[in-house]
Every structure is written in structure tokens, then in C-alpha cells.
Ligand binder design. Structure first.
Ligand code: DGL
Length: 272
């Protein structure tokens, strides 16, 4: 069991920000990354559709004998996590709970902002997770859909990104949140811009970082960590042709993206 891989999935390239943190915290672990590039984005789709996609991808990864599943996509974590946890026997880690936990730890004023895709914000999953941990905090939310294409285009540091951030974040800034959860895989790429717009008094919570720490803690707790001297291998599966994923992915991962294989989930349904 210890030697099995960690499975990670996302709607596309964004989950590589989560993989990047996991590789940093657990360099000894093998990983299997799945990006559903043929069906991205998930942020605009209904909970029913995203839950169905998440189920298909999870069975693909479980057939490849993973020891733990990370739902790197915030939208999928927001709407599909309970179903996946019910269906699977391995540990399933989403990005919402770790981000919520950290936000509650760092807020001083009790006013927490959350930004994410339309689907994530509509689900209220972050608000519920935060309030479960600390009922008397105030949670203000805002969907920022244009941050996704900006991050993929590499427009993280120009006037378009700044203006977009100023418009999206205006109300949260006015409301004087002291903590802002980056509730989408793509937002860590815009971290500097978001920090500039929100100002020095606001602490940004990166769900990707917190999730990596949670994965390490669960594996340690279950005695499933590979010896620290090992060096992990990393495989990548996508559902559309790999070219776009490779081009954008290296930026999200910080370089070093390995071989990327195109797979069909339809072919996979019959058995591994
Ligand atoms: N990965 C998605 C998320 O974190 C963003 C991209 C999409 O909408 O699929 O919510």
C-alpha cells in the first residue's frame, strides 16, 4: 500500500498548482495526475454534471491502484466530495476543508472573503466548511470567472489582470475582510496581483498549500508515507490532445512536466 501512487484530478491544467505543492511537501511520492481537458471548464457546469465527471475520473484512477485521491478542482470538491467519499474506500481529500481550516486559523477580525468559480461560490461549500469550524465568523463570497482564462493566458501581471482584479475584489475590500481564500486552482498564479489589490492587511489563504499539508498528515497518520529518501515519479493523463496542457502546464507546475498521455474515459469503463 505504501508504494502505491497518490491520484490527483482536476478539470484541466489548474490542479497542477496542487500537484506542485504536493511534490514540494512529499517529493518521495509517486503521483498520477488526471486533467479532464476535453470537458473543462467545470466551474460553469451543474453540480450533477460535475459529480458524474468526478465519479468517472475517480474510477479511472482507482483502477490504477492509488492509495489516496486528491480532488484538486475546487468546483469538484465543492459539489462532488460527499459522493466520492461514500463511493470509495481509499482516503479522499478535497481542497475546501483544508482552505477553510487555514482561513479560520488566520482571521483576526472574523471577516473572511472567499473567491472561486461560479459553481464553487453557488455551492456555498466554503461558507459551510468555515462556519462549521467557527460559527460566528462572517463569510463574504465572490465568483471571479475571468481569473481562469487570465491565468491560462499568462496574463497575471498586466493592466487587464489588474483592472479585472480591482472590479472583482472591490466589494470584499470595502467590506474589510482580513483573510481571503483563493478558492480555485488557477488563483495562486494571480496571487501577487490579488495581494496588491487587497493590500497588506489581508492574508491570502492558498488552498493548494493547505491541501498538500493535509495529504501529508493523512498519509503519515495511516503509515502510508514512502521513505523520505525515495524520489517520486509523476505521470499525467488528459482527455484532449496533450499540446495545450503541456504548454500551459509547465507554467502552472513551475516546469518539469513529464510525459502526458491522452486517454478516453469511454474506453476505460470496461475494465483496467
Ligand atoms: N479547476 C477549477 C476550480 O478549481 C477551475 C477551472 C474550471 O472551471 O474548470 O474550480
Amino acid at each position: 500500500m505504501t508504494w502505491k501512487s497518490i491520484g490527483i484530478f482536476d478539470s484541466g491544467v489548474g490542479g497542477l498548482t496542487v500537484l506542485r505543492e504536493i511534490m514540494q511537501v512529499l517529493p518521495q511520492e509517486d503521483t498520477l495526475y488526471f486533467g479532464d481537458t476535453a470537458r473543462v471548464p467545470y466551474g460553469t457546469k451543474s453540480p450533477e454534471t460535475v459529480t458524474r465527471y468526478a465519479g468517472e475520473i475517480s474510477s479511472f484512477l482507482v483502477k490504477r491502484d492509488i492509495k489516496l485521491l486528491v480532488v484538486a478542482c475546487n468546483t469538484a470538491s465543492a459539489v462532488a466530495l460527499p459522493t466520492l467519499k461514500r463511493q470509495l474506500t481509499i482516503p479522499v481529500v478535497g481542497v475546501i476543508e483544508p482552505g477553510a481550516r487555514r482561513a479560520v486559523e488566520v482571521t483576526r477580525s472574523g471577516r473572511i472573503g472567499v473567491i472561486g468559480t461560479a459553481g464553487t461560490i453557488r455551492s456555498s461549500a466554503y461558507t459551510r466548511a468555515i462556519k462549521r469550524l467557527k460559527p460566528n465568523v462572517e463569510v463574504l463570497t465572490r465568483s471571479c470567472p475571468l481569473f481562469v482564462p487570465l491565468a491560462e493566458e499568462g496574463w497575471t501581471d498586466n493592466q487587464v489582470a489588474r483592472l479585472t482584479a480591482e472590479i472583482y475584489l472591490h466589494e470584499l475590500k470595502e467590506a474589510e475582510v482580513d483573510t481571503l481564500v483563493l478558492g480555485c486552482t488557477h488563483y495562486p498564479l494571480l496571487k501577487q496581483m490579488i495581494a496588491d489589490v487587497m493590500g497588506p492587511d489581508v492574508t491570502l489563504v492558498d488552498s493548494a498549500e493547505e491541501t498538500a499539508r493535509t495529504v501529508a498528515a493523512i498519509l503519515a497518520d495511516k503509515g502510508l508515507l514512502r521513505p523520505p529518501a525515495e524520489k517520486g515519479n509523476h505521470s499525467y493523463y488528459v482527455t484532449d490532445i496533450p499540446a495545450g496542457f503541456v504548454r500551459v502546464g509547465n507554467r502552472f507546475l513551475g516546469g518539469g512536466l513529464g510525459d502526458v498521455f491522452q486517454v478516453s474515459l469511454d474506453d476505460d469503463q470496461g475494465g483496467a
